[in-house]
Write a protein that binds this ligand. Structure first.
Ligand code: ADP
Ligand code: MG
Length: 701
């Protein structure tokens, strides 16, 4: 298929005038013939069956009936009029009803010819009626390209209202296919086609729109889904290979005195096997001549920080600097104060750079960084500023990846001419399938083991009406010397209301836990950073027993003595957020608790979320449920990814196919890294056309 022809603006298609073209563009993003061809149906309706009017049941849904319009009238109703046509077949009569577009319909409707009426039927006023039916002349219906299995295309309310019904879309598709006489060029290699028994591109595209049979439809879907996933994986795997072969990384050959001294005499605990394994992965990467770009997944509390620190020591042993970036000041502060004694023990210099660093402090840090006096810089986004220049940055660690975008990652890369090694750490367990497609260009390590001696957090779900009991329980815990979090939701859209909830909650907690027996900290987004830090410090030092907060404490904060996490309006949090919050407790030796407070009225999804939290403490299991409930679109960190814009494949349902696609991408690139073998010409051609994979179907044809 000539590319040029496919790039024809949609306005040139017969049946598409300027109005329709504008609508197709704005509502469905369809600009060209190409785009229309890749408007894939959401579902299909079986139209092999015709109904008779007296054979309709009250609970029949979508049906098609052959009949004639015998009369037509307008009926006045409360607001406006409705247009009613009597529709008859040999067995009886029913009504067709329209609430809009009367003039046009009256002009179009022909009496005494056979129509096929298709739509949902209602039982109304003692007879059946069909509102806004799809009507088509029987003669045209018989002539059409389409078959008994009818596609249902994605649509919008506006399209429907403006007369671009599913029928119209089908018509346009027919028009397009009959207007384009050339074959679609094959975009997969014979190897792939034959070994997977895929049908050709031509057959696939034709059958996805006009399925000849159920079996051909399945084959078309199978092939097109594979193709979509395959080209995404091909890009990811290719990027990874290029990075490894072309972008030379610093080669950290040795593990030297800092690492050995620390490991030998200052390690505060025995590492878990998982931690040891990950450190080995990282050492291998950093000593391989290629740039490391690794994602470290580990549930909250699994001990990622010490892994980060040991990795930094390797960089320093090889004469380089290291940096660690956290998404919030609180977290950066905590990393700083956690790492400081470790650094001091072995004579390393460390500094903290955040938005609140004073100018004089900044200047000093900038100078020391450039001189190479500083070994480690911990901080927030402030590190990304252009003014911050390292003498020789060897390793950049990003904690809690989902708060940072890909663009920010690449900014770190450019702090040197040779990019530093990059380690991205996340506590959001991403199911493997998703990780593969979102982070397919990163290598992945997992810490799948918690440090020994941890007691799993006991989780319960309580209704607001049980609050007094909950308070009593908390008093007991505080008497035992424990500390308690109360967390309130804060959602952008309802900020004022949420803020009021938080303040009301704070007041009632203050009443229940009065001074001087109890001291309470409060932290929320509207406070100044310094005040937040002050309140946080009081809680960390144990001066306050209760911390009332919004989700600012969600990420990373580590206070082992805090053993109770009360989550207010828990139904308003997503699963991954609930899991993150729960991870704030259970870090000490004591039994910890998570109490999910909700109202009595809970939707099905909320109920599932609460049950999942009560049942499981396994982050990966929770992430799987989350993925099923919400779909991949909302999972944190995936916003910038092409996964969201998949047109035909589905990351949850097509897991196996994704694995197959990735395998093929790997095998192919291993055998033919530059796609130069003659047999791979179709793939190479397609690949060259690939821009960003968000619009992958614009290029696969
Ligand atoms: P996260 O992976 O959530 O960042 P941290 O690195 O903050 O977890 O570790 C959580 C807590 O567990 C810290 O107090 C840390 O000192 C402790 N810890 C980490 N690894 C071990 C280990 N192998 N044995 C005992 N405690 C550990
Ligand atoms: Mg952490």
């Amino acid at each position: 298929m000539a590319d040029a022809l496919l790039q024809t603006p949609i306005d040139y298609l017969k049946g598409v005038g300027p109005n329709r073209a504008a609508l197709l563009r704005s509502e469905l993003g369809i600009q060209t013939y190409q785009d229309l061809i890749h408007l894939f149906p959401n579902r299909y309706i079986d139209r092999t069956q015709f109904y008779t009017i007296n054979g309709l049941q009250k609970n029949t849904s979508e049906v098609q009936i052959v009949g004639r319009v015998t009369s037509i009238r307008e009926v006045q109703q409360k607001r406006g009029k409705r247009l009613v046509a009597t529709f008859r077949d040999a067995s009886g009569q029913m009504e067709l009803v329209w609430f809009r577009g009367h003039k046009w319909i009256k002009a179009q409707l022909k009496p005494n010819v056979d129509y096929v009426a298709f739509g949902k039927v209602n039982w109304f006023n003692g007879q059946f009626s069909m509102p806004h039916p799809e009507l088509e002349l029987k003669s045209e219906y018989d002539r059409g390209l389409r078959t008994a299995i009818q596609p249902v295309y994605p649509s919008t309310e506006k399209l429907g209202n403006q007369g671009i019904s599913n029928r119209v879309l089908i018509k346009l598709m027919e028009q397009l296919f009959s207007q384009i006489k050339v074959q679609f060029e094959e975009s997969l290699s014979d190897d792939i086609l034959i070994q997977n028994k895929f049908i050709s591109k031509q057959d696939a595209l034709r059958n996805i729109h006009f399925p000849k049979s159920q079996s051909l439809l399945s084959k078309a879907q199978f092939r097109l889904k594979f193709e979509e996933l395959f080209y995404i994986q091909l890009q990811l795997v290719h990027k990874n290979l290029v990075r490894k072969s072309k972008i030379k990384g610093f080669n950290f050959e040795r593990v030297g005195p800092y690492f050995n001294r620390f490991y030998g005499s200052h390690l505060p605990f025995e590492l878990t096997n998982a931690q040891k394994r990950v450190i080995k992965d990282i050492r291998t990467d950093m000593g391989s001549n290629a740039q490391m770009n690794r994602l470290l997944q580990g549930d909250v509390g699994s001990g990622k920080t010490i892994v980060a620190f040991l990795s930094m020591l390797i960089a320093i042993d090889n004469g380089f600097q290291a940096t660690m970036m956290a998404p919030t000041e609180i977290l950066a502060n905590q990393h700083y104060s956690g790492l400081k004694p470790l650094c001091e023990a072995i004579g390393l210099r460390l500094a903290l750079l955040t938005g609140s660093s004073k100018t004089s402090e900044r200047k000093r840090i900038h100078a020391q960084l450039e001189d190479g006096d500083l070994h480690i810089l911990v901080g927030t986004h402030a590190i990304l500023e252009d003014k911050v220049q390292f003498n020789n940055l060897g390793l950049a660690i990003i904690d809690e990846q989902h708060r940072f975008g890909v663009a920010q990652r690449s900014k770190l890369w450019h702090k040197n001419t040779t990019p530093p090694h990059v380690l991205v750490m996340t506590a959001t367990p991403i199911p493997r399938t998703l990780a593969m497609s979102v982070y397919g260009d990163l290598d992945i390590s997992v810490i799948d083991e918690l440090p020994p001696g941890r007691k799993p957090v006991k989780t319960v779900h309580r209704f607001d009406s049980n609050r007094l009991k909950v308070f009593r329980f908390i008093k007991d815990e505080i008497t035992k010397g424990r500390q308690v979090y109360f967390v309130y939701p804060l959602i952008k859209e309802s900020q004022t209301l949420d803020f009021k909830d938080l303040m009301d909650g704070y007041e009632s907690i203050s009443r229940e836990f009065p001074k001087p027996d109890y001291q309470i900290s409060i932290v929320h987004g509207q406070m100044k950073a310094a005040d937040k830090a002050y309140e946080m410090q009081r809680f960390i030092k144990g001066e306050t027993q209760i911390m009332v907060a919004t989700t600012v404490i969600e990420v990373g904060v580590n206070i082992p003595n805090a053993s109770v996490m009360v989550i207010e309006s828990a139904e308003r949090f997503g699963l991954s957020q609930l899991h993150q919050l729960r991870g704030r407790v259970g870090r000490g030796a004591e039994q910890s608790y998570c109490i999910l407070m909700t109202s009595h009225k809970l939707g099905d999804d909320s109920q599932t979320r609460m049950q999942t939290m009560v049942r499981s403490t396994d982050g990966f299991e929770i992430a799987e449920v989350d993925l099923k409930l919400r779909g991949p679109g909302d999972i944190m960190g995936t916003q910038q990814s092409g996964v969201l814009r998949l047109k035909i494949a589905n990351i949850i349902q097509d897991k196996a196919l994704l694995g197959l696609a990735r395998q093929w991408a790997k095998t192919l690139l291993k055998e033919d890294p530059n796609l130069t073998l003659p047999k791979n010409i179709p793939i190479h051609k397609t690949y060259l056309k690939l821009g960003k994979y968000k619009n992958i179907w614009n290029y696969i044809s």
